[in-house]
Each structure stands twice: as structure tokens, then as C-alpha cells.
Design a protein around this ligand. Sequence first.
Ligand SMILES: [Zn+2]
Length: 206
Amino acid sequence: MDEVLHRLKQGIRRFQTEIYPARAEQYERVMNEPQRPHTLIITCADSRLQPDILTQADPGEIFVSRNIGNMVPTYGETSGGVDAVLEYAVAALGVQHIAICGHTNCGAMKALLEPGSAEAMPSVSAWLGHAQAALAAAHALASPEDNLLRVITEQNVLLQMSHLRTYPVVADALAKGKVHLSGWVYDISAGQVSLCYDGSTAFHGV
Ligand SMILES: [Zn+2]
């Protein structure tokens, strides 16, 4: 058996002996009723980001969609499946909140700042196109003393929040007050999260 699979199996066994027993009743209860997550979190695929742990969410509380750079292609574009997740979360599950969660030291944001760095990965390169407007905004807004990576990370979260509003299902739910949006930047090494909501473009600590 390869070493990595061995490591994964060890993890599953530890879950079964240390984590599952204490929560068995909870897992059984949530699986015996339809899921009713209150929130859809769209975040980066980065392996260092753990949305369940960050939000201390119990099983059934958050519906999660992950992709490189926490992107939401605008409605009608090749979406990488984000459109189906959005529709299902809003129309079928009735989530009350959608959060776009970016993070510090994001490889996707770094790649945007270094044009050509993803050239050998055509699919990644094409996907990064969904954040090109954030790159333009970051260059326009950042002053010399600003951390450009931080600025583009925030601008990308704001851009993807605006892309969310291009989906009819989201626009309808927003207009009816059934759903609210927020943007997050998670500083993984510091354990800090800055939030932006209610139409503001400024990020503030929790
Ligand atoms: Zn990332």
C-alpha cells in the first residue's frame, strides 16, 4: 500500500475511534432528516483552509463549494459547476447566507500577479480569467505602501460577490430578503477573519 493511502486510512481510523463515537447520535439525527444548511460558503480549494473548523460548524450547517481562488463565474459562463451548487443551495436547500471566503497567501491570487506563471496549466490559466477584473481594481487602488497581494485578495472577494448577483436565483432571493451575502478574508496563520457585508466594500475584523 502506498504511504499516502496508509496515512489517510490512519486518519479514518482515528476519526472512527476518537471523533465519531462522541457524535454518533448527532450524525444519525442529521442523516435521518433532510439537510437544512443555513449557509453556503464558496471558498478556495487550498488545503490549508478548513471551513468546518473555522466556523465551528456542526454536520448539516454549512454547504461548501471549493475551487481555485474562490471564484464565481458570471451567470452563463463556463462555471466549473459553481452554478449548479448555487442554484441547489438557494432554490432547493434555502440557504439564508452566502459567504465568499478568500484567504492570505492564495496561490491563485499570486498567479494573477505574475502573468504567465500558470501558462503550463491551460485550465488553471483560463479559470483565473474569472478574476481579471480584481487584478485591474487592485492595481488601480493599491498605494505603494499597500500589500498588493492583500488588496487583490480583497478585490477578488468583492468581485465574486458581484458575480453572485448575476444569477437569477440569487438576485431573486436577495430581492425578497431571503438571502444575505458576505465576503471574508481569512488570515490562516493569524487565525483572523475580516468580513465585508451590507453593501460595504471595507473589510473589518470579526
Ligand atoms: Zn487560495
